[in-house]
Design a protein around this ligand. Structure first.
Ligand SMILES: [Zn+2]
Ligand SMILES: [Zn+2]
Ligand SMILES: [Zn+2]
Length: 362
């Protein structure tokens, strides 16, 4: 090989790698399919399903064009090879050319077939059709996914090549060529593996990645794996309706605040409880607006006039989880060992209280 050919080959291979599995830097440069075709793909936020039907088709076609691009580039980089004279080609180059033409032809035909009838032939649309209730079609399922995807309380994580999205009804994994979809009500989730990575730019702690298999009881919905950082595990569990089995007995390293919340809850459950008069109705917690308020701060740690804690006369306004989050948020984040023994102000009246003063309402 001549120098020019080697240089061109190396450059082209690097570019191809950038296109096929873009690192986050390349995404900033706009080298991804999403950036290049943004106008045609439309908005993921508004039309999630249509966006991904188009994106997967375009990604397949673009990647399939890479070998042909190499061939055409080589015609210019190495003119002495006369690659533009198809009849003079060596067997090796002839085979490469055949492949380079066949790949985009197949990908293009497939993309065209998928796009017929408003993308009804796309694998994603076919999966969605499995969930459609007879009089309505897959479009009805698609628009329910679109609606749920627009909500801000969805769970979303992962790199662009393997994003995990959990909405109220759906668990989805978005990869370069596919979108896996399963309905929350008919899946079993199992932690199957965990891996430690020592490297993490923003923390000194090793990072643990969990692999969770998502298996649907629906016979035509294929099982798939999702991966996430163990610190996101608590948030994922909150979004899921079904429990996650831990088959491999993986020790899950939760985030500090999740760990604290577990401890806080078990300590508060040991405190004495508080009973409200039967005619007093409990309002929704003003922190989350979902649970009803079930916490009353009563100074019970020491005598009325002793110690740093002060009596609080506020009516119950918070749930246990929100009070735990408030308690954690007022702590010195660098010294978790002091958290349980410290005093924090009541979120409403600012009277100081400690964990012993947090009473559950029964
Ligand atoms: Zn709450
Ligand atoms: Zn108070
Ligand atoms: Zn106290």
């Amino acid at each position: 090989m001549e120098r020019a050919e080697v240089r061109f080959s190396l450059a082209y291979v690097s570019l191809s790698v950038l296109v096929v599995c873009p690192p986050s830097e390349a995404q900033g440069l706009g080298l991804t399919v999403q950036r290049l075709l943004a106008a045609w793909l439309g908005s993921e936020h508004r039309h999630f399903v249509r966006y991904h039907c188009r994106r997967t088709a375009a990604t397949g076609l673009l990647h399939a064009l890479l070998p042909l691009g190499y061939y055409i580039g080589m015609c210019f980089a190495a003119p002495e090879r006369k690659l533009y004279h198809v009849s003079l080609l060596s067997d090796g180059w002839r085979m490469f050319l055949a492949l380079a033409v066949a790949l985009p032809t197949i990908a293009g035909t497939l993309a065209y077939y998928w796009s017929r009838n408003g993308w009804a032939n796309h694998p994603l649309a076919r999966t969605l059709a499995l969930f459609a209730l007879p009089p309505t079609g897959w479009q009805a399922v698609a628009s329910s996914i679109d609606t749920e995807f627009r909500r801000i309380d969805k769970f979303a994580t992962g790199p662009p090549g393997a994003r995990v999205i959990v909405t109220d009804t759906w668990v989805m994994k978005v990869t370069a060529y596919r979108v896996h979809v399963a309905q929350q009500q008919d899946i079993h989730l199992t932690v199957t593996d965990s891996r430690q990575h020592e490297l993490s730019p923003d923390s000194s702690l090793p990072v643990q990645f969990l692999t969770i298999s998502v298996a649907s009881v629906h016979p035509y919905v294929k099982a798939f794996d999702i991966r996430l950082n163990s610190t996101e595990y608590g948030e994922l569990k909150e979004k899921l309706r079904a429990p996650i089995r831990n088959a491999a007995n993986v020790v899950i390293r939760q985030s500090l605040s999740d760990l604290f919340l577990d401890t806080f809850t078990s300590l508060v459950e040991r405190n004495q409880s508080y009973s409200v008069p039967s005619n007093q109705e409990l309002e929704p917690c003003i922190g989350c607006m979902q649970m009803s308020a079930n916490i009353k701060l009563v100074k019970t740690c020491r005598e009325e006039s002793e110690g740093e804690c002060q009596p609080c006369y506020c009516r119950p306004m918070w749930c246990l989880a929100c009070m735990g989050k408030w308690f954690a948020s007022r702590q010195d984040q660098q010294h978790p060992e002091t958290w349980l023994s410290s005093q924090v102000p009541c979120p409403t009246c600012r009277s100081k209280f400690c964990i012993l003063d947090v009473c559950l309402i029964r």
